[in-house]
Design a protein around this ligand. Structure first.
Ligand code: PMP
Ligand code: GLN
Length: 390
């Protein structure tokens, strides 16, 4: 047989699936793959259920239902004071993943360079490579995850087509500072590059922080693609409803990629997400407050039993330094051992780096019920106590 495409041939299964399978096999508490263990608001789910029954259930408009595109434009205005034309500047996709894939297919050509900041969400690198582009990697590392201005500047050059930015950042739980955003914007403008912004955690920031879309910075409105996800904003990750905001000339080719990728997304889900986006401030505050309390619950419990916890400013992930436990510096082995021996599954942070990853760090997802988090802490405490010297 002829060779299949090299980008995907031999590529390992994504760490999230691997760790979830391992968790099931060992009946472990799964704090690996990032998903809430309670479904999002019942009224949104009921809205979808009614919409499935009353219909229509046929292809909606290719760019998304007018109701949802209007709701996305309204949310841009409400949260970020962005003036967005819902007819020409909003596209609905089957999750943020499809949006990212459409962006790469439409904006990036063979020979281009794309600047990426490690740690990388799993699909970024394959999408860049599949587009025929060369990734230019800059890294941030725990515990402070600071962005080195010189390293970032050095990654930009005449062939830079785009920077792909994830803010707030998975798995780092980093929220880029105003200075870092200004630096990124300056470089994008200076090199006439697009900014593809994965902002799926835009409503999950802690300690009074507010999200600043890169799109709102000077010179960025017309070169930025802003991507959101109902999966994160409404704790409905299985729905796979994403939304893209971009200037008409940038969105137009992305829409062309979308038309031959999924073409549309289930209309009932779109209508329910439109309803959800209009929820009052209490909902959005409640989402962040609830997760902030869970962050504190898990972080506090882990610190109490001897783990070194890295600060977490947003998302629903907590990075933990395992050095103090003397488990060695292979985070994959640490995650497997914790799953098998302690009955708690994290994911290795090294999976988010292309190579030479910092080895001691693991990620726990805390969008879980309190008793699940407490149960995980108890299991880890019991396991630690049983170890020699524990
Ligand atoms: N980007 C990041 C950083 C994510 O963490 C996730 C989700 N898990 C996605 C994109 C994918 O979002 P969706 O499920 O809407 O495709
Ligand atoms: N985004 C989720 C995470 O980081 C997982 C999504 C997936 O499994 N594709 O864990």
């Amino acid at each position: 047989m002829k060779q299949t495409n090299r980008v995907y041939t031999g590529l390992p299964t994504t760490v999230f699936e691997v760790m979830s399978q391992l968790a099931r096999a060992h009946d472990a508490i799964n704090l690996g793959q990032g998903f809430p263990d309670v479904d999002g608001p019942e009224d949104i789910r009921r809205f979808a259920a009614d919409a499935f029954i009353t219909g229509p259930n046929q292809y909606p408009p290719m760019m998304g239902t007018p109701d949802l595109r209007q709701a996305v434009a309204a949310a841009n205005r409400r949260f970020y004071d962005l003036d967005v034309d819902w007819r020409t500047e909003v596209l609905i996709t089957s999750g943020a993943t499809e949006a990212l894939s459409d962006c790469m297919a439409a904006l990036i050509a063979p020979g281009d360079e794309v600047v990426l900041i490690e740690p990388l969400y799993d699909c970024y690198l394959p999408l860049v490579l599949r587009a025929g582009a060369t990734p230019r990697l800059v890294r941030v590392t725990p515990p402070d995850w600071g962005l080195d201005a010189d390293a970032l500047a050095a990654a930009f050059g005449p062939r830079t087509k785009a920077i792909l930015l994830n803010n707030p950042m998975n798995p780092a739980a980093k929220v880029f500072s105003d200075d870092e955003l200004a630096l990124i914007a300056d470089l994008a403008v200076a090199h006439d590059a697009y900014a593809i912004c994965d902002e799926v955690y835009e409503h999950i920031l802690f300690d009074g922080r507010h999200h600043t879309p890169l799109m709102t910075l000077p010179g960025m409105r017309d070169r930025t693609v802003r991507i959101g996800s109902a999966g994160k904003t409404f704790s409905l990750t299985g729905w796979k409803v994403g939304y893209v905001t971009a200037a008409p000339s940038v969105l137009e080719p992305i829409t062309k990629a979308h038309q031959f990728t999924t073409f549309t997304t289930p209309p009932a889900l779109q209508q329910a997400v439109a309803y959800g986006l209009a929820k009052d401030d209490r909902y959005y505050r409640g989402l962040a407050d609830d997760l902030e309390a869970k962050r504190d619950r898990l972080a506090g419990g882990l610190v109490d039993i001897g783990f070194d916890v890295v600060p977490c400013a947003g998302t629903y992930f907590l990075t933990v330094d395992t050095a103090v436990l003397g488990l060695g510096s292979d985070d994959v082995v640490v995650c497997e051992r914790l799953t098998r021996e302690a009955g708690v599954t994290p994911v290795p942070v090294s999976a988010f780096y292309q190579s030479d990853a910092p080895g001691r760090f693991i990620r726990f997802c805390f969008s879980k019920q309190d008793d699940v988090l407490d149960g995980a802490i108890s299991r880890l405490a019991r396991w630690l106590a049983k170890r020699p010297g524990g």
